[in-house]
Ligand binder design. Structure first.
Ligand code: NAP
Length: 286
């Protein structure tokens, strides 16, 4: 069994991002600038914003936390202003967001939508047009590419059909000529279905749910899940300890998809900037 560690993928992406930032500096351009909007005081959201701020600082990306506690009108007005401000290259809105503010997310133009969550970004992904995709879906694709796992003609099963993982991944994999099956909570005989697939991607949010009866010795398993057990241990949706001995390759949790997802936001901020600066080419990318 080969472990598909996220660490090597992260180093590779960090190098790419550093090179892009150097290219931006060498051309005398202003650095990318992100506005992160938050409404309310959800603690995990606040923690995530702090992590984004630290990461942006590390790469020389300008960062502002646009934090609103009560004034919904002001939140919407400022968000609209950031979306229309050519000095701001990236905009994201933290979840959770009150239901009556959800419509604001679609203010974000697709070229600044670093989380790939607007209706336009998703529509463009669906049509195979250039767009930024949700970071977790991008992270899975980065892992597959980094480890040279070819997709063309491959049978891939995705378990989970959320808007941020399963659905965008379906489009991205189809675009790469994989044959994709999407499974969900109503799929019958899930284990038997999964067993025949060459690549199995799991994003369901159920600790250790996928076990040895779902895999074969050639399976490549990508575990997106992040769950905490009663003893506060972080585990995936796949029972890693059992499954690792029965497959050809598998991502660990922690240290797999989650690790790569964090750095994907930086890559998406830079890619958003590139959308807005066609003078930056991809010469620096491999
Ligand atoms: P979600 O929106 O809750 O969607 C869960 C999906 O799993 C749904 O499509 C659901 O089916 C399906 N599902 C639930 N129970 C199932 C079962 N027993 N058999 C088959 N399918 C089942 O979840 P999400 O936001 O995509 O997140 C999924 C997991 O990924 C979570 O553990 C989350 O923490 C993790 N995650 C990790 C990262 C990261 O960076 N590593 C990022 C995002 C999410 P229905 O549609 O039929 O309800």
């Amino acid at each position: 069994m080969e472990l598909l560690s996220g660490e090597h993928v992260v180093s590779h992406i960090e190098n790419e991002c550093m090179k892009s930032m150097k290219q931006i500096g060498d051309l005398g351009l202003k650095p990318p600038h992100i506005h992160v909007f938050q409404f309310g005081n959800d603690p995990s959201s606040s923690q995530y914003v702090k992590r984004i701020a630290r990461n942006c600082q590390r790469f020389g990306i300008k960062f502002d936390h646009m934090h609103y506690i009560k004034d919904k009108d002001e939140f919407c007005r400022t968000l609209m202003a950031s979306c229309n401000n050519s000095e701001i290259s990236a905009v994201m809105v933290q979840q959770p967001l009150p239901k009556d503010l959800m419509f604001c997310v679609d203010y974000i133009p697709f070229v600044k939508d670093v989380e790939g969550v607007t209706t336009v970004s998703m529509g463009r992904l669906f049509k195979g047009e250039p767009a930024l995709a949700p970071c977790t879906a991008e992270a899975v694709m980065e892992i597959l590419d980094f480890y040279d796992i070819s997709l063309e003609g491959k049978k891939v099963a995705i378990v989970g059909r959320s808007n941020i993982v399963g659905k965008p991944l379906t489009m991205m994999l189809l675009d790469r000529n994989a044959t994709v099956k999407v499974c969900h909570s109503k799929t019958k005989y899930l284990s038997a279905e999964l067993k025949i697939f060459e690549i199995i991607i799991v994003a369901i949010g159920k600790a250790n749910f996928i076990s040895t009866d779902s895999v074969n010795p050639h399976s490549i398993v990508i575990d997106v899940g992040t769950n905490y057990t009663e003893s506060n241990r972080l585990v995936g949706d796949v029972n890693f300890d059992k499954v690792r001995h029965r497959v050809s390759r598998i991502t660990p949790v922690p240290g797999g998809v989650g690790l790569v997802t964090n750095i994907m936001l930086i890559k998406n901020i830079i890619n958003a900037y590139k959308f807005q600066h066609p003078e930056l080419d991809d010469e620096d990318e491999e």
